[in-house]
Design a protein around this ligand. Structure first.
Ligand code: S3P
Length: 427
């Protein structure tokens, strides 16, 4: 994909596609519920399609129409032994959450993923699930997929997670549905809480106190209607673009603003960004709003601590914003970025430097002295969707032309990304 410097403002309205994290969970909990779950605005990205594929292989019928999917749930103990290895594709969320569910089933299963997922650390779920009496092994003993899981009765634990990770927390909570006693997870900071919200919405018994979440076993989950809000992680690319490109004004409609996900809004505002949150409402179990974003004068800030899990996937595009903003931005406590779909810390630092940014990598983040002019460059996405989209936005404010190699990976979370960018650029 080739991106040229944009010489006119971004204008117009956009409906942001459905939230990836919520779409995964709707399929999973819909499958474990009794009866039908109707999901509108489901994200038809490659990751969520991997989740559908896995549950279909366990006997769950999932219908797709143009405006919704219908999951014909079979109850907590209704899954069947999959007839082949479950392939989670590029999706770490599918891999880690489904492992919790599979640990409690009365059958054996194996799961794997693509070359990126095959490098991602699974010890973070193997360890707590094993403490719950799960029989889960890394087949090549390298803490990565493929995993072999012999499901069975699990034991409730109180796990103190060393990292704030919704994938780890959710894997344990989902396993906790099959335990003999309550299961709790305490995190250093609160990570996204879509599993907790959706489990309660389906009739599960989940309580939260501070950074601890507790789930009771054996709930009777009932199929629901779910309207998936727009993904704030996808909205982030256009928020950043509109803040940077002079005279831009865009309206992003129906975006999820769950406080455990909306750190990007706080950061942009603290950097001087003009973002109005309008028409706030609650859509089933998640808060949503429309976001009116206007070009702004931006300055650097420090981003660290408990806000990091609330914007973890937005850090690549925040690094682009910080390279453009005047003054210094320091990002700390973001070590987790090294073990995402790619090493996002190193790639952002090296490639933004190649475009002319004054940026230095640190052990757990980066220091950016913003305001240096950026130049177009050839950037390989490494098949990481968020790298491809972050550098596409960088290309809009860089001189000349930017080429994103292997840009088709945007389909993982935002299949219409380039079309939507064109719509806002041409209004
Ligand atoms: C996700 C949690 C986050 C995030 C990922 C989706 C989820 O990962 O980066 O894109 O849906 O639970 P971690 O739990 O590893 O932080």
């Amino acid at each position: 994909m080739k991106i040229s410097k944009l010489t006119k403002p971004l204008c117009g309205e956009l409906n942001i596609p459905g939230d990836k994290s919520i779409s995964h969970r709707a399929v999973m909990l819909g499958s474990l519920a009794e009866g039908d779950t109707e999901v509108s605005d489901f994200l038809e990205g490659a990751d969520c399609l991997s989740t559908i594929d896995c549950f279909r292989k366990m006997g769950i019928e999932i219908e797709k129409t143009c405006e919704k999917i219908i999951v014909h749930g079979k109850g907590l103990r209704g899954l069947k032994k999959p007839y082949e290895t479950l392939n989670c594709g590029n999706s770490g969320t599918t891999t880690r959450l489904i492992s919790g569910i599979l640990s409690g089933q009365a059958f054996q299963s194996t799961l794997t993923g693509d070359l990126s997922v095959q490098k991602r650390p699974m010890n973070r779920i193997i360890r707590p699930l094993t403490l719950m009496d799960a029989n889960i092994k890394s087949i090549h003993s390298n803490d990565c997929v493929p995993l072999a899981i012999i499901g069975g009765q699990l034991h409730g634990i109180h796990y103190h997670s060393p990292i704030a990770s919704a994938q780890v927390k959710s894997s344990i909570l989902l396993a906790g549905l099959y335990a003999d006693s309550p299961t709790s997870v305490t995190e250093p900071y609160i990570s996204r809480n879509h599993t907790e919200r959706m489990l309660s919405y389906f009739g599960g018994d989940v309580s939260t106190s501070g950074t601890t979440v507790t789930v009771l076993p054996d709930p009777c989950l009932k199929g629901q209607k779910i309207a998936v809000p727009g993904d704030i992680s996808s909205a982030a690319y256009f928020i950043v673009a509109a803040l940077m490109i002079p005279e831009s004004e865009i309206l992003l409609k129906n975006v999820g603003i769950n406080p455990t996900r909306s750190g990007i809004l706080d950061v942009c505002k603290a950097m001087g960004g003009n973002i109005e949150i309008i028409n706030q409402r609650t859509n089933g179990c998640e808060p949503t709003a429309d976001l009116l974003v206007k070009a702004s004068d931006l300055h650097g800030i420090v981003i660290e601590g408990k806000i990091i899990p609330t914007l973890i996937d937005e850090i690549p595009v925040i690094a682009v914003l910080a390279s453009y903003a005047l003054g210094t931005t320091v990002i700390k406590d973001a070590r987790e970025l090294k073990v995402k779909e790619s090493n996002r810390l190193d790639i952002m630092v090296n490639e933004l430097k190649a475009m002319g940014a004054d940026i230095t990598g640190t052990d757990d983040g980066m220091i950016i002295h913003g305001g240096k002019p950026l130049n177009g460059a050839v950037i390989d996405s490494r098949l990481d969707h968020r790298i491809a989209m972050a550098f596409s936005i960088a290309g809009l404010v860089s001189s000349g032309e930017t080429t994103i190699k292997r840009s088709e990976c945007v389909d993982i979370s935002y299949p219409g990304f380039y079309k939507d960018l064109e719509v806002l650029s041409q209004n």
